[in-house]
Design a protein around this ligand. Sequence first.
Ligand code: PLP
Length: 381
Amino acid sequence: MKFNTKTIHGGQQPDAAYGAVMPPIYQTSTFAQATPGGHKGYEYARSGNPTRHALENAFASIENGTHGLAFSSGLAAIDTILKLLKHGDEVISTNDLYGGTYRLFTKIFENFGVKFHFIGMQNAKDIENYINDKTKLIWVETPTNPMLNIIDIVATVNIAKAHNVLLAVDNTFATPYLQRPLDFGADIVMHSATKYLGGHSDLVMGALIVKDKELADRLYFIQNASGAICGPQDAFLALRGIKTLHIRMQRHCENGKAVAEYLAKHPKIENVYWPGFETHPNHAIAITQMRGFGGMVSFTTKGNNYDEAIKIVEHLKVFTLAESLGGVESLAGHPASMTHASIPKAEREKIGVVDSLIRLSVGIEDEDDLIADLKQAIEVQ
Ligand SMILES: Cc1ncc(COP(=O)(O)O)c(C=O)c1O
């Protein structure tokens, strides 16, 4: 099956009971047993639920994995990966990453004795400087949030395999429509399914996908033992969202390009971060591992003025000022005061998250309306 067909049919069958084309929402916490252990595949809904299971199969299908797991949030999925580790283990992570991931690593897992090295990975060779016999996980976000850096997945896979270290890729920004890390040899793909997979800003969810049964079993054990599963209604919504992932992503890519090109020509704009520009420092890698450049665009204004950035986001009318990304509607955020406020100012400025940085999640509205909205907000006195 090719990708567009998989988004609609991947891992799914009409429901066995009545042939429902969409998996029914099995809103139940438990399942009847004829005799102890004599059930029809499900016994308690933390351990498994048919609606969630249909979604997990769809996750596996679109990422070319063999096993998918659905969680109550993206962070719950990341938390599960980190629970593969133990006291004394070390992790090498991208330094430009979602602030909540950084917070989970530094404020929770460091307390349990896991050590993190946050490094720039644009030159994958730099990763080797931090590998030692305690390194158990390499954590990659690509494109990164919010600077839209691109990390070379194949080069990172080669390093991870040479040192027998697990490689997890947060594929939230790209989605499997644009990039499939398991195909390049990554061990785990993670998503905040809250974003493009759900696609409609109406749920919070996480996903893990792997292609190795033993690793899938270990992750499932942690999911079941810790309990951060998604509910059946959200599983249904995510399944419905995934069915249009391919056409939504096409439009996100087109509108992202139009917005990035508009901003790049605007006299008040200093920098535009979008991996589709030939001048983007990682463009050459992007074209080898992504089939398009997505709908995320970040920019700074000349003079790097905090108040001016706040004024711009406050004056947007079609773009909504809000946390999150990846929905059909365009959103704008100010990372320094919103998504990345949990990263100390000195740390975030080192990676480019300066006071005037604005991050756009370009939706699938008419491109002319988006550009007119940006124009009026940027040019407001
Ligand atoms: C790249 C990335 N990874 C992980 C997360 C966390 O996901 P969630 O908010 O679903 O817990 C986010 C949330 O914004 C994100 O942008």
